[in-house]
Design a protein around this ligand. Structure first.
Ligand code: HEM
Length: 455
């Protein structure tokens, strides 16, 4: 099947899920306001297990403490959920270029409503996060850090989209809005992933929920990378250089840090030469099966700088780099298959390796399929180069976790979870030349909002 057709099928199916979820959540918002349990719990009981939802037959009761927390933050949560529903039900229309070209006023009016709803959703989420201690967040304090991270990504991408709009730089507006939409799409993708992981691994809902959080933004980011490639780019092509440039020292530092982390966590620690042995908790180290992943990831990360620079200049990355990436992807799947499933923190570790494996292989296939055509190949190979540096974020994640007073195990898991997410977002920004701007000066050469350049 032609990849453009395949993308459109995936896009339509995911949009239907997003709109259905958004509509379903309207009742949820009113239920929180009225202080009763939402009907969505019945749907969840049907989709997963009544015992799990109602805390019977060995399952703990998570509904009582969670809804007590929502009760304490009733205004913030009601505003969050109702505005979030409006975003999901209306937002997709902004990503249909023929609608925008034909009815530009509708695009502007609906765009204003969606933008306002996005701001309310983010304010509600941030107020709720700030109001309660991290330990009370469902799925624990590590998940609280992940939710803070998602709020910050939402605020950053949305503010950049607004700045670009004021500057009349519509190309940048489109790219940042695609990324903001990816952040909002995590709401339905998190719930779909949770049900899938619950069925796959069994166990407790809070474990599946944290694991699903490890995958959500990578998944929705990749969906928007596809949208930018097949819909956005042809509609509003970039005018100048098509990829953000980074200082070489920064790329090299990320590559060396990723290689060092992959070697330590994947090879040295499982063999007993563990520099952090005294710090680790119950999670322990990765199993010996992580050795192929560690070695291949170190090679792929170090080769990533040249591969990225080559991709940006229209050259095909070296064959050996593709081989290391393929081995790293397969190695990650091997780790996911052999790490014991079950605990609150082991499930996200599993999910991170599953995400690393599936995403690396998917990006690699996309990049090989593009052959010598630069435009076809670049989005995938640029994102892939960044993706090989996911282990470098362990350091940043651990530092973030320290600020929240997390345990050593939680620090480790948060660092692992934020790696693929951060690197896929940086890759998508780079491949689409997203530029961070602080000033509101209008662009000298405004992009076109309503006309299609045709190609
Ligand atoms: C970047 C966007 C978003 C962020 C950062 C975010 C963040 C949050 C946070 C912090 C909570 C509280 C979790 C807890 O107390 O355990 C929450 C809960 C919730 N959010 Fe969002 N959210 C976002 C988008 C959305 C959207 C678009 C919807 C669509 C309706 C939505 C629906 C909900 C619902 C229904 C809950 C209640 C808890 C649940 O059923 O899991 N959120 N969100």
């Amino acid at each position: 099947m032609n990849s453009r057709v395949a993308f459109h099928i995936v896009w339509v199916v995911s949009t239907l899920i997003v709109v259905a979820y958004g509509l379903g959540m309207v009742e949820y918002g009113f239920a929180i306001w009225e202080g009763r349990l939402p009907r969505a719990l019945d749907a969840m009981a049907l989709a997963m297990s009544p015992d799990m939802v109602w805390g019977r037959n060995g399952y703990p009761d998570w509904v009582t403490p969670l809804y007590a927390l929502f009760e304490r933050n009733r205004l913030a949560m009601t505003a969050h959920i109702l505005a979030g529903s409006a975003v999901l039900v209306l937002g997709f229309t902004q990503f249909v270029p023929p609608l925008r070209r034909r009815w530009p006023r509708v695009h502007r009016t609906v765009g204003f409503v969606v933008l306002l709803s996005m701001v309310i959703t983010l304010v509600g989420a941030t107020v709720r996060l700030a109001a309660e201690p991290a330990e009370l967040t469902y799925s624990g304090p590590g998940f609280d850090v992940v939710l803070w991270y998602l709020s910050v990504i939402g605020i950053l991408t949305l503010s950049q989209a607004v700045i670009a709009l004021v500057r009349r730089d519509y190309r940048q507006h489109m790219v940042w809005m695609a990324l903001a939409w990816a952040a909002f799409l995590t709401a339905p993708s998190l719930r779909v992933n949770t049900s899938a992981l619950f069925w796959l691994y069994g166990g407790l809902h809070e474990h599946a929920n944290f694991a699903a959080g490890a995958m959500a933004l990578v998944e929705t980011g990749l969906l928007m990378l596809l949208w930018l490639r097949f819909v956005g780019e042809p509609d509003l092509p970039a005018r100048g250089p098509q990829a953000t440039r980074w200082p070489r020292w920064m790329l090299s530092a990320m590559a060396v840090c990723a290689a060092a982390m992959a070697m330590h966590e994947g090879v040295l620690a499982p063999l007993g030469a563990d520099a952090f042995a005294g710090l680790r908790g119950e999670l322990g180290t990765l199993p010996l099966t992580a050795i192929p992943w560690g070695l291949a990831t170190a090679g792929a990360a170090l080769g990533g700088v040249r591969a990225l620079e080559g991709s940006l200049e229209g050259r095909t990355p070296a064959g050996w780099w593709h081989i290391t990436v393929a081995l790293a992807g397969l190695g990650a799947l091997g780790v996911a298959a052999t790490t014991p499933a079950g605990g609150l923190l082991t499930q996200p570790v599993n999910a991170v390796f599953l995400t690393l494996g599936i995403t690396s292989i998917a990006l690699l296939l996309g990049s090989l399929r593009g052959g010598v055509n630069t435009l076809e190949r670049r989005p995938w190979s640029v994102t892939l180069a960044f993706f090989t540096w996911a282990p470098s974020v362990l350091v940043l994640g651990a530092a973030l976790g320290l600020m929240f007073g997390l345990t050593a195990d939680e620090l480790y898991v948060v660092g692992l979870v934020l790696g693929p997410t951060t690197m896929s977002l940086l890759g998508i920004c780079t491949a689409n030349a997203a530029v961070v701007r602080l000033g509101l000066t209008r662009s000298e050469r405004p992009g076109r909002l309503v006309s299609s350049p045709g190609r």
